[in-house]
Design a protein around this ligand. Structure first.
Ligand code: GDP
Length: 308
């Protein structure tokens, strides 16, 4: 009886001190966040999804009368964005490598993406990172279509002291990948990185080529390389590669030249696949692990700079 009285009393007090957010307040702040996201290169459909989620959450939100509502809305906005990245989860590449290697097998990674996105440089950076962690790597020059592709990947590998397995132009990429896996097994190499063609006429060609590579070498990880500067193109490429290859994770390049970072949010949201690493320059060490707070930090830092 006493408890009942107490709870009745506290609900009266709350009625005086708490309120729900008004439609106007929500509209005003969400309108600003929409512009911020679109200016940061977030795809329109992705921005709308985030805003409609946020609108639902805010409609039921009780706030103390004296609180600054913008703090609450921005806090929830950051949370929604981090939720997009959390939903895409992440992959601990190093423990996966150790797991596979413990069975006496090399870990096989295919790199996918359109020419010009920075795929070859990213392969070199990734191989460099693995080597620095004490792991051995062999690269399969699997882009046998594009003139110069084999030389380009070999040049990087030479500089890094990494073996490349290659065949002639026009040869079957699955056969090159298989040779590299056999080389890795006989030489006890930890990881095989397979470069793949960056431009195939249709998504069916891409699918056929990937299906064959998958059947022949059974890659443990498929990484899509996207260019953060390519805006909506990067997102449509990611969608196309996802349906053709069902990749596992993403590396975004040229983040150093992309002050906005919306591509990371859009690609994670549209594909549901994690962003694993970011390319942040042209040197071999310019590859950093992706942090889910990257996008919001970037967005709000930009606002702080703009306000000064
Ligand atoms: P591919 O055709 O996809 O294999 O692309 P490349 O690896 O040849 O890269 C194309 C260009 O992008 C080169 O000039 C690279 O140096 C540059 N590049 C690659 N990654 C990055 C990056 O993270 N930041 C910057 N600024 N440039 C990059």
């Amino acid at each position: 009886m006493f408890d009942k009285l107490k709870s009745a009393f506290s609900s009266v007090v709350n009625a005086f001190t708490e309120r729900t957010l008004s439609e106007n307040e929500i509209n005003e702040l969400l309108g600003k966040l929409e512009i911020d996201m679109l200016e940061s290169d977030v795809a329109y459909e992705v921005a709308q999804n985030i805003l409609s989620d946020l609108r639902q959450q805010l409609a039921n939100e009780k706030v103390k009368r004296a609180t600054d509502t913008s703090d609450i809305i921005i806090g929830k906005f950051k949370q929604s964005i981090e939720d997009v990245f959390a939903k895409a989860a992440t992959i601990d590449v190093f423990s996966k490598i150790a797991e596979k290697n413990s069975t006496g097998q090399p870990y096989v990674i295919t790199f996918l993406g359109i020419n010009g996105t920075g795929k070859t440089t990213t392969i070199a950076k990734f191989a460099n990172m693995l080597k620095k962690k004490g792991l051995s790597v062999v690269i399969a020059a699997g882009d046998t279509h594009r003139a110069g592709a084999i030389e380009q990947v070999s040049e990087h590998a030479d500089r890094l002291g990494i073996k490349v397995v290659s065949q002639r132009y026009g040869s079957d990429p699955a056969a090159v990948a298989r040779d590299a896996v056999i080389y890795a097994k006989t030489h006890h190499i930890n990881i095989v990185i397979v470069d793949t063609a960056g431009r195939i006429q249709t998504s069916k060609n891409l699918m056929d080529e990937m299906t064959k590579i998958v059947r022949v070498v059974k890659p443990d990880l498929k990484i899509f390389v996207g260019d953060a500067l390519a805006g909506n193109d990067a997102i449509s490429q990611a969608k196309e590669f996802l349906s053709a290859t069902d990749f596992d994770g993403v590396i975004l390049t040229k983040i150093d030249a992309d002050a906005r970072g919306g591509a990371a949010l859009s690609i994670a949201s549209v594909t549901g696949r994690p962003i694993l690493y970011l390319g942040v320059g042209q040197e071999y060490d310019d590859l950093i692990p992706f942090e889910p707070s990257f996008f919001t930090k970037n967005l709000f830092n930009r606002q702080a700079v703009a306000a000064n």
